[in-house]
Each structure stands twice: as C-alpha cells, then as structure tokens.
Design a protein around this ligand. Sequence first.
Ligand code: TYM
Length: 330
Amino acid sequence: RPVVLSGVRPTGALHLGNYFGAISNYVRMQDEYHCYFFIADLHSLTTHPDTKELREHVLSVTSYYLASGLDPDKSVLYCQSDLPQTTELYLFLNMLAYKGELEKTTTFKDKVKLQPENVNAGLLTYPVLMAADILIHRAQYVPVGKDQEQHLEMTRTFGNRFNHRYGEVFPEPKAFNYGQQLLKVPSLDGAGKMSKSENQYATIYLSDDDDLIRKKIMKAKTDAGPTEPNAVKPDYIVNIFDLMKLVSAPSVIEKYEADFNACTIRYGDLKKQLAEDMIQFIRPIRQKAKEIRENESALNIILKVGAQKAAESAENTMQLVRSAIGLKYF
Ligand code: TYM
C-alpha cells in the first residue's frame, strides 16, 4: 500500500482549518493507505521557544487525533521528537537546500514579519525539516491544506536533488485532498484563512464550547443583504457559505442559496443555522477528546508504540540514505 504521512504542530488548540484541511483526510486515508500521522513538536520550537505548555499540547493534539477517528491499530501515531532519524535526515537535506530558495519561502517571509526579534536558522530551514518528516518514510501522499503546497514543492525539490546526487532513494510525494483541490478554510472576519490568529473571534477551535461557537459565528461580518436578484456574493458571504458546506446538509445550503438569489435571505438566520450545524459537528469531537485526554497512560502507550513502529520505517530509509551518500565505512 502507498505510504502516507502528515502532521500538525502542537502550538495550541486545533481549529476547523486543521480539521477539514488535514485531519478529516487522515481519517479516510487510514483505511486505504499505510499511514503515519505525527505531532510536529520540533517545528513548533521555531516559533514557540517557551516549552512550558508543549507536553500538554502534544497530548491534546493526540487526543483530538483519536477523537476525530484516527485508530492506532490502523495508523502509526507518533511524536516527531521521538524519531531522531528525522533530524539526521534533516542534516543531510540541509546540504541540498540553498539559502536563496529558503529565504523566498512564503511562510518564512511571513514569520520574519511576525517575529523580527527571533529570525532563527530553524525558521529558515523549516521546509527542510518538513521534507525530512515526509521523506523519512518515503511517503507518496501528504494530506495537507492549501497553505502547505509550497512546502510540498520544496520537499520534491530536495528529494530529487538527493536522488540525482547520490542515487534514487525517494519517491516524489504529492499533496493530497479527497476533494481534489487542497482546501483553504476561510476565517470568520472575512480576511484570509482560518489560523491561530490574534483575532480569536475569527477562528473556531475544536475545543470551543457551544456558546462560544455561537458567539463567534454571530459576530461574522455580513451586510444589509443583496439588493438585486442573483447578485454576486461579497467575499465575506462566500466564506459563510463555504463554512456551511463543511457542516450543513446540502438541502439546507440550497435553501439559503435560493433565498440569497431571491433577495429574501436574512443573514441572522443564515448565521444561526451555521452556528447550530457547527455545534452539532464539533460537540461530539470536543467531548470525546476531553474523555480521551483524561486517560494519560493510554495516550503514552499509543505514542510509545507508534514511535517504535515509525522507527522501523525510518531506520530502513536511513540505511539507504547513509549507504547512498557513502557514509558506511565498515
Ligand atoms: P499546521 O500545524 O499549521 O496545520 C496542520 C494542518 O492543517 C492545515 N490547515 C488548513 N487547511 C485548510 N484551511 C486552513 N485555514 C488551514 N489551516 C491549517 C495545514 O495545511 C496542515 O495540513 N508545516 C505543517 C506541519 C508539518 C507537516 C510536516 C505537515 C510539519 N511536517 C510533514 C505535513 C507533512 C504545519 O505547520 O501545519
């Protein structure tokens, strides 16, 4: 079976973007592919040097993985820092990654603006560590959101450079989404994608309680409504419909589309509908994750066993890598 790898940074609660862009695909893929899903704790050090809450966040992401339907008997679940082979591969790939191309990466340029006081080398080589995560299992498919597309492109570049210089070791990994197109879940403030942003009301977290979800959605930007039949929707209204497509029944969406086209839509009702459907969707995941989080010894075992399975695959790759480079002296 083709190999799949993906992961999430443990920098706080997971949000709808993480769920629909990535995790919902993981859950479907585990029945068809040989899957590795990990928690990218080393990556989080590039932006979150304070590690006080790191352990809690790692256990929380693991709980949400399980609550979303990941099954440790089907997928290998592990934590990045438990797999030292990744950091060894990262070192070799660093020799194949050029300063100029790393500096041009969109996420790097964004981070430089966000944390000018801490433009560390780890931030610059973030895509190299990500390539190592993927290539360490010689993965072919990587379920991610649209924002990771450039990193995937770079992974292919580094893998191909390795193959050309030292001999064929790595397949070309492809970004994957069951809906064909990689997804960008919009934020609620009408600007950009949902992310762990400063504007807490713009992002819905899987840990948000019912009232908070309602409050956030009711605050989403709208206007007085369309003034002519079959009008073009403004971006912020498109966003609300896009969020609805994730959680509401198609017949419900059709009704509001028709109301919009007939100029009879009431945005208050639209948002109420979205809020209730969102609550129905998030509530069971939130409740399940909370229960799972309480059984810490079970979580520890899952991550330990996962790390052992991941190490087998990683060690196989590293043997190929070390001999291809010519580092086996005896
Ligand atoms: P991270 O932790 O930022 O996000 C985890 C996953 O969620 C997706 N995502 C979104 N998808 C759609 N719409 C959104 N608004 C949205 N926001 C986030 C991301 O695309 C991602 O799939 N660099 C990665 C972590 C990583 C990784 C890897 C991923 C490290 N090594 C190897 C895949 C393979 C990241 O920062 O994701």
